[in-house]
Design a protein around this ligand. Structure first.
Ligand SMILES: [Zn+2]
Length: 245
């Protein structure tokens, strides 16, 4: 539980009664520590911060002699594989909606005007529409009370649960892998402690002035590539178990 100025929040965490509980608690606790107010930078970076410290938690446990077989070090990658798969599946629907507005019988033929050599057929497009629609129904069904009590916030709920949440985790993971490799731990602690007071900065300014990353430099992309390869090799070569139910 944690208390801010006006609200009391509870984290309901299903424990597994193994070392995964440690990294799960680290992840959720970091959300708590940077949740002093709702602001854009905190919203955009909170999953990055939680995932960065979650990875630090795995490193800490291993450095302190915990046998890697007691850890599920690949769990984050499994979650992000699921997120990236879902975001990829939605891509065509989101593109159609953003280009053409509400989806109807003409959407596919209109879309093909933009992609004349596309081989997307009606069957494929309908399957993606069905998947997207079913997931909207699922989210509404799983959040009936919220939907009934907050009818004006349903759009926010759907975007968070279906797209933005997955995107924040996926980008947060990629960024955390980079930062774990190239940046200073104390700078990230400072960022986590002060993100609520950084409303005067945009994310690029935070990256350059607090974390020390120039996102538009060529080095950034080469280093990112290197960090991702290195991390994938690292988790593939470590003996860990799939402990999550
Ligand atoms: Zn989180």
């Amino acid at each position: 539980m944690f208390i801010t100025n006006n609200f009391i929040y509870f984290f309901n965490i299903n424990r597994n009664f193994n070392y995964e509980d440690v990294t799960t608690l680290v992840h959720e606790f970091i959300h708590y520590t940077n949740f002093k107010s709702i602001n854009y930078n905190r919203e955009a970076l909170t999953e990055f911060l939680s995932i960065y410290f979650e990875m630090y938690g795995y490193d800490y446990l291993l450095d302190n002699g915990i046998n890697s077989e007691y850890l599920d070090i690949k769990s984050r990658m499994r979650i992000e594989r699921h997120n990236s798969k879902m975001l990829y599946q939605y891509g065509i629907i989101l593109l159609a909606y953003s280009k053409l507005g509400n989806i109807d019988d003409n959407t596919l033929s209109d879309l093909k005007k933009y992609f004349s050599n596309s081989n997307i057929d009606l069957c494929y497009f309908n399957r993606k529409c069905e998947l997207f629609y079913n997931n909207i129904c699922k989210v509404i069904n799983n959040n009936k009370d919220f939907v009934n009590n907050n009818p004006n916030s349903v759009g926010y709920l759907l975007s968070e649960k279906i797209i933005v949440g997955g995107l924040k985790h996926l980008l947060g993971t990629i960024f955390a892998i980079y930062v774990r490799e190239y940046c200073n731990f104390n700078d990230i602690v400072y960022l986590n402690n002060n993100i609520n007071n950084m409303n005067d900065k945009d994310i690029l300014e935070i990256c350059s002035s607090i974390i020390g990353i120039k996102v538009y430099s060529e080095d950034f992309y080469n280093n990112l590539n290197n960090a991702l390869k290195k991390y994938i090799d690292y988790i593939c070569n470590i003996k860990s178990n799939n402990l999550l139910k």
